[in-house]
Design a protein around this ligand. Structure first.
Ligand code: PMV
Length: 311
Protein backbone atom coordinates (compact mmCIF):
# COMPACT_ATOMS: atom_id res chain seq x y z
CA UNK A 1 0.00 0.00 0.00
CA UNK A 2 1.39 3.40 -0.91
CA UNK A 3 1.92 6.10 1.69
CA UNK A 4 -0.73 8.18 -0.09
CA UNK A 5 -3.28 5.41 0.08
CA UNK A 6 -2.51 4.85 3.74
CA UNK A 7 -3.24 8.52 4.34
CA UNK A 8 -6.57 8.17 2.53
CA UNK A 9 -7.31 5.36 4.98
CA UNK A 10 -7.92 2.85 2.26
CA UNK A 11 -6.18 -0.11 0.76
CA UNK A 12 -5.78 -1.31 -2.80
CA UNK A 13 -5.10 -4.92 -3.57
CA UNK A 14 -3.51 -5.21 -7.01
CA UNK A 15 -4.28 -8.28 -9.13
CA UNK A 16 -6.58 -9.88 -6.56
CA UNK A 17 -10.32 -10.22 -6.72
CA UNK A 18 -10.70 -7.47 -4.14
CA UNK A 19 -10.17 -4.17 -5.94
CA UNK A 20 -10.29 -1.89 -2.91
CA UNK A 21 -11.74 -1.60 0.54
CA UNK A 22 -12.04 1.17 3.08
CA UNK A 23 -13.33 1.73 6.59
CA UNK A 24 -14.95 4.78 8.18
CA UNK A 25 -16.13 5.15 11.78
CA UNK A 26 -19.49 6.14 13.19
CA UNK A 27 -19.86 9.29 15.26
CA UNK A 28 -21.47 10.55 18.42
CA UNK A 29 -22.76 14.11 18.85
CA UNK A 30 -22.03 15.69 22.24
CA UNK A 31 -23.67 19.04 21.43
CA UNK A 32 -25.77 20.65 18.75
CA UNK A 33 -27.70 18.02 16.79
CA UNK A 34 -30.50 19.67 14.78
CA UNK A 35 -29.19 23.16 15.61
CA UNK A 36 -26.27 22.30 13.31
CA UNK A 37 -28.67 21.88 10.38
CA UNK A 38 -29.57 25.57 10.87
CA UNK A 39 -25.96 26.82 10.96
CA UNK A 40 -25.17 26.54 14.69
CA UNK A 41 -22.06 24.66 15.86
CA UNK A 42 -22.01 21.00 16.88
CA UNK A 43 -19.40 19.02 18.80
CA UNK A 44 -18.95 15.42 17.75
CA UNK A 45 -16.36 12.67 17.94
CA UNK A 46 -15.64 9.35 16.22
CA UNK A 47 -16.48 5.89 17.51
CA UNK A 48 -14.31 2.78 17.29
CA UNK A 49 -17.14 1.02 15.44
CA UNK A 50 -17.80 1.72 11.80
CA UNK A 51 -18.58 0.50 8.29
CA UNK A 52 -16.28 -1.27 5.85
CA UNK A 53 -16.95 -1.20 2.12
CA UNK A 54 -15.36 -3.79 -0.16
CA UNK A 55 -15.19 -3.54 -3.94
CA UNK A 56 -14.54 -6.79 -5.79
CA UNK A 57 -14.35 -7.59 -9.50
CA UNK A 58 -17.76 -8.70 -10.75
CA UNK A 59 -17.06 -11.54 -13.18
CA UNK A 60 -20.59 -11.38 -14.59
CA UNK A 61 -20.21 -7.66 -15.41
CA UNK A 62 -22.16 -4.59 -14.26
CA UNK A 63 -22.68 -3.48 -10.67
CA UNK A 64 -23.90 -5.87 -8.00
CA UNK A 65 -24.75 -4.57 -4.53
CA UNK A 66 -24.79 -7.22 -1.86
CA UNK A 67 -27.83 -7.60 0.39
CA UNK A 68 -29.72 -4.53 -0.77
CA UNK A 69 -32.96 -3.78 -2.53
CA UNK A 70 -32.32 -2.27 -5.98
CA UNK A 71 -34.78 0.59 -5.35
CA UNK A 72 -33.37 1.51 -1.91
CA UNK A 73 -31.54 4.72 -1.00
CA UNK A 74 -28.46 2.55 -0.45
CA UNK A 75 -28.56 1.19 -4.02
CA UNK A 76 -29.05 4.72 -5.39
CA UNK A 77 -26.12 6.01 -3.31
CA UNK A 78 -23.79 3.22 -4.42
CA UNK A 79 -24.70 3.51 -8.11
CA UNK A 80 -24.31 7.27 -8.00
CA UNK A 81 -20.89 7.04 -6.36
CA UNK A 82 -19.58 4.38 -8.76
CA UNK A 83 -20.90 6.40 -11.70
CA UNK A 84 -19.14 9.58 -10.48
CA UNK A 85 -15.86 7.67 -10.22
CA UNK A 86 -16.54 6.01 -13.62
CA UNK A 87 -16.32 2.54 -12.06
CA UNK A 88 -18.23 -0.50 -13.24
CA UNK A 89 -18.12 -4.32 -13.23
CA UNK A 90 -17.84 -4.36 -9.47
CA UNK A 91 -19.48 -6.18 -6.60
CA UNK A 92 -20.01 -3.89 -3.60
CA UNK A 93 -20.39 -5.31 -0.11
CA UNK A 94 -20.63 -3.87 3.40
CA UNK A 95 -19.61 -5.09 6.81
CA UNK A 96 -18.98 -3.58 10.19
CA UNK A 97 -20.01 -3.42 13.81
CA UNK A 98 -21.82 -0.08 13.96
CA UNK A 99 -25.49 -0.27 15.03
CA UNK A 100 -27.67 1.19 12.26
CA UNK A 101 -30.43 3.79 12.44
CA UNK A 102 -29.87 4.74 16.08
CA UNK A 103 -28.12 8.10 15.67
CA UNK A 104 -24.52 6.90 15.38
CA UNK A 105 -23.87 8.02 11.83
CA UNK A 106 -24.00 4.69 10.01
CA UNK A 107 -25.08 6.17 6.66
CA UNK A 108 -22.34 8.82 6.78
CA UNK A 109 -19.76 6.17 7.68
CA UNK A 110 -20.96 4.16 4.72
CA UNK A 111 -20.77 7.20 2.42
CA UNK A 112 -17.22 8.04 3.54
CA UNK A 113 -16.01 4.42 3.28
CA UNK A 114 -17.60 4.11 -0.16
CA UNK A 115 -15.98 7.30 -1.47
CA UNK A 116 -12.60 6.28 -0.04
CA UNK A 117 -12.87 2.79 -1.58
CA UNK A 118 -13.86 4.23 -4.98
CA UNK A 119 -11.00 6.75 -4.88
CA UNK A 120 -8.59 3.91 -4.04
CA UNK A 121 -10.01 1.74 -6.85
CA UNK A 122 -9.38 4.46 -9.42
CA UNK A 123 -5.97 5.32 -7.96
CA UNK A 124 -7.11 8.96 -7.83
CA UNK A 125 -5.39 11.08 -5.19
CA UNK A 126 -8.15 13.44 -4.20
CA UNK A 127 -7.85 16.36 -1.80
CA UNK A 128 -9.56 15.71 1.56
CA UNK A 129 -12.10 18.45 0.84
CA UNK A 130 -12.97 16.75 -2.48
CA UNK A 131 -13.60 13.44 -0.70
CA UNK A 132 -15.67 15.11 2.04
CA UNK A 133 -17.81 16.91 -0.56
CA UNK A 134 -18.44 13.68 -2.48
CA UNK A 135 -19.41 11.88 0.72
CA UNK A 136 -21.79 14.74 1.55
CA UNK A 137 -23.45 14.39 -1.85
CA UNK A 138 -23.79 10.63 -1.39
CA UNK A 139 -25.30 11.08 2.08
CA UNK A 140 -28.01 13.27 0.57
CA UNK A 141 -29.47 10.07 -0.89
CA UNK A 142 -30.18 8.96 2.68
CA UNK A 143 -31.04 12.16 4.51
CA UNK A 144 -31.99 14.82 1.99
CA UNK A 145 -30.50 17.75 3.92
CA UNK A 146 -27.58 16.56 6.06
CA UNK A 147 -25.58 19.27 7.85
CA UNK A 148 -22.33 17.44 7.12
CA UNK A 149 -21.34 16.84 10.75
CA UNK A 150 -21.61 13.05 10.49
CA UNK A 151 -19.46 12.54 7.44
CA UNK A 152 -16.92 15.21 8.52
CA UNK A 153 -16.26 13.26 11.72
CA UNK A 154 -16.28 9.94 9.83
CA UNK A 155 -13.69 11.41 7.51
CA UNK A 156 -11.44 13.28 9.98
CA UNK A 157 -11.77 10.74 12.85
CA UNK A 158 -11.28 13.50 15.44
CA UNK A 159 -13.26 15.14 18.20
CA UNK A 160 -14.29 18.38 16.54
CA UNK A 161 -16.36 21.53 16.48
CA UNK A 162 -18.30 21.61 13.24
CA UNK A 163 -20.24 24.39 11.53
CA UNK A 164 -22.20 23.67 8.37
CA UNK A 165 -20.30 24.59 5.18
CA UNK A 166 -16.93 24.76 6.95
CA UNK A 167 -14.23 22.20 7.59
CA UNK A 168 -14.44 20.85 11.18
CA UNK A 169 -11.92 22.13 13.71
CA UNK A 170 -10.24 19.62 15.98
CA UNK A 171 -10.74 20.12 19.71
CA UNK A 172 -7.47 19.59 21.55
CA UNK A 173 -7.86 17.81 24.87
CA UNK A 174 -5.40 18.21 27.75
CA UNK A 175 -6.30 14.72 29.01
CA UNK A 176 -8.22 11.76 27.53
CA UNK A 177 -12.01 11.79 27.62
CA UNK A 178 -14.14 8.65 27.84
CA UNK A 179 -17.69 8.24 26.64
CA UNK A 180 -20.25 5.48 27.02
CA UNK A 181 -22.95 5.14 24.38
CA UNK A 182 -26.13 3.23 25.16
CA UNK A 183 -28.30 2.08 22.27
CA UNK A 184 -31.71 2.42 23.89
CA UNK A 185 -34.35 1.87 21.22
CA UNK A 186 -34.96 1.79 17.47
CA UNK A 187 -36.21 5.01 15.92
CA UNK A 188 -37.53 6.62 12.74
CA UNK A 189 -35.38 8.14 10.03
CA UNK A 190 -33.17 11.20 10.45
CA UNK A 191 -34.95 12.70 7.45
CA UNK A 192 -38.32 12.62 9.32
CA UNK A 193 -36.94 14.14 12.52
CA UNK A 194 -35.05 16.88 10.69
CA UNK A 195 -38.26 17.64 8.78
CA UNK A 196 -40.32 17.80 12.00
CA UNK A 197 -37.88 20.27 13.57
CA UNK A 198 -38.00 22.26 10.31
CA UNK A 199 -41.81 22.42 10.57
CA UNK A 200 -41.57 23.58 14.19
CA UNK A 201 -39.05 26.24 13.14
CA UNK A 202 -41.43 27.41 10.41
CA UNK A 203 -44.48 27.62 12.69
CA UNK A 204 -42.72 28.92 15.79
CA UNK A 205 -39.48 30.54 14.61
CA UNK A 206 -38.83 32.62 17.76
CA UNK A 207 -39.12 29.69 20.13
CA UNK A 208 -36.93 27.39 18.01
CA UNK A 209 -34.31 30.10 17.44
CA UNK A 210 -34.18 30.74 21.20
CA UNK A 211 -33.55 27.01 21.78
CA UNK A 212 -30.90 26.83 19.05
CA UNK A 213 -29.13 29.93 20.44
CA UNK A 214 -29.09 28.33 23.91
CA UNK A 215 -27.60 25.13 22.42
CA UNK A 216 -25.09 27.25 20.48
CA UNK A 217 -23.92 28.93 23.71
CA UNK A 218 -23.61 25.52 25.41
CA UNK A 219 -21.46 24.20 22.53
CA UNK A 220 -19.20 27.26 22.62
CA UNK A 221 -18.68 27.03 26.38
CA UNK A 222 -18.12 23.27 26.07
CA UNK A 223 -15.23 23.80 23.62
CA UNK A 224 -13.47 25.91 26.27
CA UNK A 225 -14.27 23.42 29.05
CA UNK A 226 -13.05 20.50 26.91
CA UNK A 227 -9.78 22.29 26.13
CA UNK A 228 -9.30 23.08 29.86
CA UNK A 229 -10.10 19.49 30.87
CA UNK A 230 -13.11 20.58 32.95
CA UNK A 231 -15.20 17.55 32.03
CA UNK A 232 -17.70 17.97 34.89
CA UNK A 233 -18.68 21.29 33.40
CA UNK A 234 -18.96 19.68 29.96
CA UNK A 235 -21.26 17.06 31.52
CA UNK A 236 -23.55 19.72 33.05
CA UNK A 237 -23.75 21.42 29.66
CA UNK A 238 -24.71 18.08 28.04
CA UNK A 239 -27.52 17.67 30.59
CA UNK A 240 -28.75 21.12 29.63
CA UNK A 241 -28.50 20.36 25.91
CA UNK A 242 -30.65 17.30 26.60
CA UNK A 243 -33.33 19.48 28.23
CA UNK A 244 -33.50 21.62 25.09
CA UNK A 245 -33.84 18.48 22.93
CA UNK A 246 -36.71 17.40 25.21
CA UNK A 247 -38.33 20.78 24.61
CA UNK A 248 -38.06 20.21 20.87
CA UNK A 249 -40.00 16.96 21.38
CA UNK A 250 -37.07 14.78 20.32
CA UNK A 251 -36.62 12.67 23.45
CA UNK A 252 -38.71 9.73 24.69
CA UNK A 253 -39.41 8.33 28.17
CA UNK A 254 -36.91 5.48 27.50
CA UNK A 255 -34.19 7.94 26.47
CA UNK A 256 -34.88 10.19 29.50
CA UNK A 257 -34.76 7.17 31.79
CA UNK A 258 -31.42 6.01 30.34
CA UNK A 259 -29.96 9.53 30.85
CA UNK A 260 -31.17 9.54 34.48
CA UNK A 261 -29.65 6.12 35.12
CA UNK A 262 -26.31 7.17 33.65
CA UNK A 263 -26.21 10.34 35.75
CA UNK A 264 -27.21 8.41 38.90
CA UNK A 265 -24.41 5.90 38.16
CA UNK A 266 -21.83 8.69 38.20
CA UNK A 267 -21.65 10.05 34.64
CA UNK A 268 -20.64 13.71 34.43
CA UNK A 269 -23.50 14.26 31.99
CA UNK A 270 -25.78 12.38 29.61
CA UNK A 271 -27.97 13.24 26.66
CA UNK A 272 -29.77 11.98 23.63
CA UNK A 273 -27.44 11.82 20.65
CA UNK A 274 -28.44 12.08 16.98
CA UNK A 275 -31.79 12.86 15.45
CA UNK A 276 -33.87 11.53 18.37
CA UNK A 277 -37.30 9.93 18.69
CA UNK A 278 -35.42 6.98 20.24
CA UNK A 279 -31.95 5.85 19.32
CA UNK A 280 -28.95 6.24 21.62
CA UNK A 281 -27.72 8.29 24.56
CA UNK A 282 -24.16 9.41 25.20
CA UNK A 283 -22.59 9.93 28.62
CA UNK A 284 -19.14 11.22 29.47
CA UNK A 285 -17.47 9.86 32.56
CA UNK A 286 -14.23 9.12 34.40
CA UNK A 287 -14.21 5.40 33.50
CA UNK A 288 -16.56 4.12 30.77
CA UNK A 289 -15.91 0.41 31.55
CA UNK A 290 -16.80 0.89 35.22
CA UNK A 291 -19.90 2.89 34.30
CA UNK A 292 -20.94 0.14 31.84
CA UNK A 293 -20.49 -2.54 34.52
CA UNK A 294 -22.62 -0.62 36.99
CA UNK A 295 -25.64 -0.59 34.63
CA UNK A 296 -27.54 -3.84 34.34
CA UNK A 297 -27.71 -3.50 30.55
CA UNK A 298 -27.01 -6.03 27.80
CA UNK A 299 -23.35 -5.26 26.90
CA UNK A 300 -24.25 -5.62 23.20
CA UNK A 301 -26.14 -2.32 23.57
CA UNK A 302 -23.18 -0.43 25.00
CA UNK A 303 -20.31 1.14 23.05
CA UNK A 304 -17.29 2.86 24.54
CA UNK A 305 -14.92 5.38 23.15
CA UNK A 306 -11.90 7.32 24.38
CA UNK A 307 -10.65 10.49 22.75
CA UNK A 308 -7.23 11.95 23.21
CA UNK A 309 -5.40 14.57 21.23
CA UNK A 310 -2.35 12.40 20.70
CA UNK A 311 -4.40 9.71 18.90
O1 PMV B 1 -28.61 10.70 11.55
P1 PMV B 1 -28.26 10.96 12.98
O2 PMV B 1 -29.30 10.48 13.92
O3 PMV B 1 -26.89 10.50 13.28
O4 PMV B 1 -28.34 12.56 13.23
C1 PMV B 1 -27.65 13.49 12.50
C2 PMV B 1 -27.63 14.80 13.21
C3 PMV B 1 -28.70 15.82 12.83
O5 PMV B 1 -28.25 17.06 13.34
C4 PMV B 1 -30.04 15.47 13.44
C5 PMV B 1 -28.87 15.92 11.31
C6 PMV B 1 -27.70 16.55 10.58
O6 PMV B 1 -27.68 16.43 9.35
O7 PMV B 1 -26.84 17.19 11.22
Amino acid sequence: MSQEHQEQGCERTEGAEVVAHAFAPGKVILFGEHAVVFGHPAIAGPLEEGVRVTLEKNASGGIAIEGCDEVSALARAVRRCLHEFRLTDLKVSFSGDLPRSVGLGSSAALAVALVRACAAATGLMMRPQGLIERAHEIEREFHGNPSGVDHSVAFEKKLMRFVRGQRGQQIFLVKPLEALIWVVAPRGSTREHVASVGELAATNPKRVEKIFCAIHALADSAVESLERGDYERVGHAMDENHRWLQELGLSTPEIDDACERLRAAGAWGAKLTGAGGGGAVVAICEDASALARSLAVDPARLLMTRWSSSA
